[in-house]
Write a protein that binds this ligand. Structure first.
Ligand SMILES: [Fe+2]
Ligand SMILES: [Fe+2]
Length: 227
């Protein structure tokens, strides 16, 4: 893991690179949580089946949305400035087209958790595909995003609420001083919404995973829960 980048820039500030990598952290974190939750269900504790199934839908939308944002926004913007990144980006977009059908298969698997084998197989396959995919983005593209600091102001109230929920999700498990640096980068109207969204997200964690417990990381790799 020695090549894992830091969430913050070398000067201690946050950038768009930080925000993108916090999402990567969230996908890795949640796949590990799904694997644990499926194990619990397989062992006969079905109390959270409905909540885990709902959370899968959110994960599906979140990862698909992340791919769309990269394919339609982040990637074209990088290629426009760094032609040398074109081949890498074409490979990454092809990965997105391979990963998205897996999310569809996940919907079917999570719809019937009377046996968890199919869902667990999808989670493991996603972990394998994403391990390499996210590492390539972090190694090859993140350096191009370190200077980008202007987070676009959400265009309307609905977008504001969605971004606040997204940050609440991606901040869970990130070191507090890094969260402060991210706040400093965000438009005031968005920043103001996030504390309430984080409180709601904690409740959701309790409902879905039975715990709000999380590690504290300074990289896009989640920290171990520590027991
Ligand atoms: Fe990607
Ligand atoms: Fe990504």
């Amino acid at each position: 893991m020695s090549n894992v980048p830091n969430l913050l820039n070398d000067d201690g500030t946050a950038s768009i690179a930080t925000a993108l990598m916090m999402s990567h952290h969230g996908f890795r974190r949640d796949l590990a949580r799904f694997a644990r939750a499926l194990d619990t269900i397989a062992n006969g504790d079905e109390a959270r089946v409905g909540a885990v199934r709902e959370e899968w839908q959110r994960f599906h939308m979140g990862l698909h949305g992340h791919h769309e944002a990269e394919d339609n926004g982040v990637f074209p913007s990088i290629v426009g400035q760094h032609e040398s990144a074109r081949a890498t980006i074409e490979g990454l977009s092809a990965d997105h087209r391979r990963i998205d059908p897996l999310l569809e298969r996940g919907d079917a698997a999570f719809a019937d958790l009377s046996t968890t084998d199919a869902a667990l197989a999808i989670v493991r396959e996603l972990q394998d595909l994403l391990a390499e995919h996210l590492a390539i983005e972090e190694r090859e593209l993140i350096p191009f995003l370190r200077d980008a600091k202007a987070f676009p102001p959400p265009p309307n109230d609905e977008a504001l609420a969605l971004y606040a929920q997204g940050f609440a999700w991606s901040m869970h498990g990130i070191a507090p001083d890094i969260v402060e640096q991210v706040y400093a980068m965000l438009p005031e109207e968005l920043r103001a919404r996030i504390p309430a969204a984080r409180a709601a997200f904690e409740e959701r964690c309790e409902r879905v995973w039975g715990s709000t417990k999380t590690g504290t990381t300074r990289t896009p790799i989640p920290a171990p829960l520590g027991g």
